[in-house]
Write a protein of this length. Sequence first.
Length: 403
Amino acid sequence: YTIKTFDGSYVLNDYMNTGANQPASFAARGDTLFCAGSKIYYTTDGGQTFTVPANNGYSGYGGRLFLDGDRLYMFAYKAWGQPCYLYYSDDNAENWTEVDVTSLTTRKIVNGDPYFPTTFFIKGNRIEFATVMEAFNTPPNVWKSTDLGASWERDTAGLPSKYVNSISSFAYTPDGTLWAVRDHENIYRQKIDEGTGGGTHQVTVAPTLVSPQQGGELMLPARFVWGSIPNATSYQLQIATDTAFASIIAHHPEQKPLHAKPSFTSIILDQSGITDTSLSVTSLEHAMAYYWRVRGIGEGDQAGPWSDAASFTTATSGVAEEFNQQLAIGPNPCHDRLTLRLPEGKYTALELRDLLGRVVRSEYELRNRSSYEIDVRGVAAGSYWLVLKGAGGETTISAIIVK
């Protein structure tokens, strides 16, 4: 172990440190940080701005947040000194559902207070609930439910008895192991399921976005291209009108046209099961601003981390059709040279990228050219992407190099 030092000073966030906004706990999903104040709220830009959802059905305070996939859980009190309750939300704290766990939370710890978790873990319908001990010289006070709180049993096999003890945190690894950290003592583990892709086969990195790149202009119909990553058996692409990617309004496996009006938290396309590293999308509107991101999906539907969201705009109507008629590449496949026929004056630069998204060649002398020749004699055989940039927006063409 090494000590991690931080440069600079910590910055006090005025919003989070104001009255009822002061959070009792946090939970993070990608760039979204959820905070538990008097209401659950979140930020997607590092605390520059905050969104306070409606929190319909939530009446607790002082609780602990936990994320299981896209579901947000919260153990919280309704009244101080009374039993705690479990809530969950599937829409980023807009609406909450209460789970009756009073068969456990009405029990009392050693000082007579009702149960409240020192830490907890939820995966599917399984809950691991740890709290302060009921008596001295006992194993840590850990309870397990496999039916989302309807029934409970002690889960202390292998945990030694101590005069004063408790579990301070749980952690789950994709091989199906639940880890428990005891206060001032050892770390314990147990196998609770078959895992979520597990071991060396899990997706641990985000794809590189190839095209469109950050701030680019994209011609329609649009092609989205990203780099391949290890252990991904498929990919998931999302396109939204903002960086929150918070509310799915449509799922489009067949790329049908959209008619929904964009809103601040609108995902207008959520496409999974993509087995290639590109996708053509016909459902975008001309002259609009969008964001896109991609993540890899591994064995057992184990989801890897999202790429950073990249912004782009779509070209005005008619521009794409005009450019596509003038743009051509040949020969393809090629051996030593690729020749591009270009709409004159529309493109200023190009990049040749491999399937991992890495730049292999960069060219910047396309201005006022109607054709351009790329020397690929030093490039290894394989499949590549040509990304053209300029006043005409951004266009991606596939190219194959043979030796």
